[in-house]
Write a protein that binds this ligand. Structure first.
Ligand SMILES: Cc1cc2nc3c(=O)[nH]c(=O)nc-3n(C[C@H](O)[C@H](O)[C@H](O)COP(=O)(O)OP(=O)(O)OC[C@H]3O[C@@H](n4cnc5c(N)ncnc54)[C@H](O)[C@@H]3O)c2cc1C
Length: 280
C-alpha cells in the first residue's frame, strides 16, 4: 500500500479556520493527478482523514483544509519538522478531454482545494475560468497560486466581497455557452442546484438562460428537439471509512450502480449521482 511518513514543511492558517500545509512527499508528488486525495493518520483517531491534493511542487504536496473536528484540528496543530503518516495518492481524479478548449471550474468555499491543482495542471493547454464562491469576503481564497491567464470571478453570499452578491449557481448560466467541460467541488446544495437548473441546454444554440431546461422537465421529446446534457465532473467529499475500498462506508447510488467514493471516485459525473441518501 502506498503509505509514507512525510515531513511537514509548513502549516499556516491562511483563512479563518483554514490551513495550508506543505508536506515533503516525493513519491506522492510524482504520480498525483488532480482530483486525487490522500488520507492521514490524525493522532490516536482510528479512522484516517481524507484530504484532496491541493497543489504539487516538485517533491512536495500541499493540503488545504478546514478545521471541521478532532482530526483536522489535530492536523492544524502540526509544526514544521513533524512527521505524518500519509496514504496516497488515492481515488480517480478529474479527466480533461484532449479536444476540450474551455474549462470552467466552480469552487464552493473549501471546494477550491482540488481545483487549484486542476487549474495548474490544465492551464498550459486549455483556457480556464474559475468561479469561486464563499459565504463572506474573509472566506475567499487568495488566488495567488493560480497560474496567470486564468479568469477568476468571485461571489459572496452576503455581498461583502468579490465581484458580486449571490451564489455560484446565480452566475453559472453566463458561462455555459463558453465552456466545453465543467468541474466543481463544493457543498451538496451547490451540486443539487446545478443538477436541477443548469445541466441541460440546447445545443448548438446560444446558451442563454431561456435555453436552459431544468432536469425535472427534461424528457425524450426535449432530447429530440436538440437539447442535450451539459456534463460536469464533481468531487464528492462524503464521509469515508477505510478510504481504500474495503469497508463500503462511502458507497453511493449512481445511475451506473453502487459506487465507492474512495475507489471509483471521488470524482463523478454530476448527472450520474442519485442524491437520495448521499450525505456530505
Ligand atoms: C475525497 C475527500 C477529499 C476531501 N478533501 C478535503 C479538502 O481538501 N479540504 C477539506 O477541508 N476537507 C476535505 N474533505 C473533508 C474532510 O475529510 C473532513 O472535513 C474531515 O475528514 C473531518 O474530520 P475531523 O476529524 O476534523 O472531523 P469529524 O470530527 O470527523 O467531523 C466533524 C464534522 O465534519 C463533518 N465531516 C466529517 N467528514 C466529512 C467529510 N468527508 N466531508 C464533509 N464533512 C465531513 C462531520 O459531519 C462533522 O460535522 C475531503 C473529504 C473527502 C472524502
Amino acid at each position: 500500500m502506498k503509505e509514507f511518513m512525510c515531513t511537514v514543511i509548513s502549516n499556516v492558517e491562511i483563512l479563518p479556520h483554514v490551513n495550508l500545509m506543505w508536506l515533503e512527499a516525493s513519491q506522492i508528488a510524482a504520480t498525483a493527478q488532480p482530483g486525487q486525495f490522500v488520507t492521514l493518520c490524525c493522532g490516536d483517531l482510528t479512522l484516517r482523514r481524507p484530504l484532496s491534493i491541493h497543489q504539487v511542487n516538485k517533491r512536495q504536496i500541499a493540503l488545504l483544509f478546514k478545521i471541521a473536528g478532532k482530526g483536522t484540528l489535530w492536523l492544524s496543530q502540526r509544526r514544521e519538522g513533524d512527521r505524518l503518516n500519509v496514504l496516497g495518492p488515492l481515488g480517480k481524479g478529474f479527466k480533461v478531454e484532449s479536444d476540450s478548449r474551455n474549462l470552467l471550474m466552480l469552487a464552493g468555499g473549501i471546494g477550491i482545494a482540488p481545483l487549484v491543482f486542476l487549474a495548474q495542471y490544465a492551464s498550459s493547454q486549455h483556457s480556464v475560468k474559475l468561479i469561486h464562491g464563499a459565504g463572506t469576503s474573509s472566506e475567499l481564497y487568495s488566488l495567488s497560486p493560480l497560474p496567470s491567464g486564468i479568469q477568476v470571478t468571485t461571489v459572496t453570499e452576503d455581498g461583502s466581497g468579490g465581484n458580486g452578491k449571490g451564489l455560484i449557481t446565480d452566475i453559472l448560466p453566463d458561462f455555459l455557452e463558453w465552456t466545453d467541460q465543467m468541474y466543481a467541488c463544493g457543498p451538496s446544495g451547490m451540486y443539487k442546484g446545478m443538477a436541477k437548473l443548469l445541466c441541460r441546454f440546447k445545443s448548438p444554440a446560444p446558451c442563454a438562460s431561456e435555453e436552459l431546461v431544468p432536469s425535472e422537465t427534461f424528457t425524450q421529446d426535449k432530447a429530440e428537439e436538440g437539447y442535450k446534457l451539459k456534463k460536469c465532473q464533481i468531487s464528492l467529499e462524503v464521509r469515508m471509512g477505510c478510504g481504500v475500498g474495503a469497508c463500503y462506508g462511502c458507497s453511493i447510488n449512481t445511475k451506473k450502480g453502487l459506487k465507492k467514493v474512495c475507489l471509483d471516485g471521488p470524482v463523478f459525473e454530476l448527472d450520474d449521482i442519485l442524491w437520495e441518501g448521499v450525505k456530505i
